[in-house]
Design a protein around this ligand. Structure first.
Ligand code: AMP
Ligand code: MN
Ligand code: MN
Ligand code: MN
Length: 278
């Protein structure tokens, strides 16, 4: 049987609900053989994750998911097998976190304008590190306070792109993110490409630019993808000569799109990003 490899997941160090060691234990219990913790713009959970994985005999690849602005939209770039101590990467991620912190105040102000007071303090109760505050933490607070019936509705009503409490962000460029990941010895992988609302021309620009910058791969199999999208990005990976990755994007038991390790296998004709590591 082939190995179960899941290279995309979150802990409470970003917007997941479980601490890193519990994500490790859950991955192991779900039959994952190799796992990556890839918190948004943050690597502080990697040491705990690595130690827990070692204890369990679970293979571990240190990761991060970096927020990037490309063609006026936010995309996510995974850095896999990174050295989290590398100074350029550390400084880049620290810059993103200070921007997140500033944005949170603005989101709270917009929610206040919608008649929802105290959202900043409310969101903070869901985040271990205030610098990592994101829209998901606000969504959990809005849900708990009865302002919406689901996390999805919190985005549809308030937090989603262009909605009433949406605060546009200028994240780092693709060029910066790929450079930090490569400086840290890692491979850059475009996360869940099926989620981006780009025109075909913009997708071409994304993949061409990413390739030219030294990007390595595409997350072909993701819980965010339909089977048709998995097929589409498998073909894109082939056409561009990208390696392919597989990730559940697990955030929390029950409320994530997928459980750890429970996404389809990578098509066999693709070159996996983990070929040199596993
Ligand atoms: P942030 O990095 O703070 O902008 O939050 C981004 C996270 O919010 C993503 O990783 C998703 O988990 C979630 N998210 C963003 N947009 C939506 C949406 N329209 N519906 C549901 N969740 C969303
Ligand atoms: Mn997230
Ligand atoms: Mn993402
Ligand atoms: Mn993610």
């Amino acid at each position: 049987m082939s190995l179960n490899i899941d290279l995309h997941s979150h802990s409470s160090c970003s917007d997941g609900l479980l601490p890193p060691a519990q994500v490790a234990a859950r991955a192991h219990a779900q039959g994952v053989d190799w796992w990556s913790l890839s918190d948004h713009d943050e690597t502080s959970g990697l040491a705990e994750a690595a130690a827990a994985a070692r204890e369990l005999g679970l293979g571990f690849i240190p990761g991060v998911e970096i927020s990037v602005t490309f063609c006026e939209r936010t995309i996510h770039v995974l850095g896999l097998n990174i050295d989290p101590g590398q100074p350029d990467l550390r400084a880049g991620l620290a810059g993103i976190r200070s921007d997140r912190f500033a944005r949170a105040g603005e989101i709270a102000q917009r929610l206040q304008d919608c008649g929802i007071a105290g959202a900043y303090e409310g969101a903070l109760r869901y985040v271990g590190n205030p610098d990592l505050i994101g829209r998901v933490h606000f969504a959990r607070h809005l849900l708990e306070q009865g302002h919406c019936k689901s996390l999805q509705q919190a985005f549809d009503r308030y937090l989603g792109d262009g909605k009433r409490a949406f605060v546009p962000m200028r994240w780092p460029s693709l060029e910066s993110a790929v450079a930090w990941i490569r400086a840290a010895g890692g491979k850059a992988v475009v996360a869940h490409p099926g989620r981006y609302r780009y025109t075909p021309q913009q997708f071409d620009a994304l993949f061409d630019t990413f390739k030219a910058l030294g990007g390595s791969g595409l997350e072909v199999v993701s819980s965010a993808h339909t089977p048709a999208q998995c097929d589409r990005y498998a073909r894109v990976a082939q056409a561009y000569g990208f390696q392919a990755s597989r990730g559940s994007d697990f955030h929390a038991p029950g409320i994530s799109r997928a459980e750890l390790g429970r996404v389809p296998p990578l098509p066999e004709y693709l070159v996996p990003v983990w070929r040199d590591w596993i």
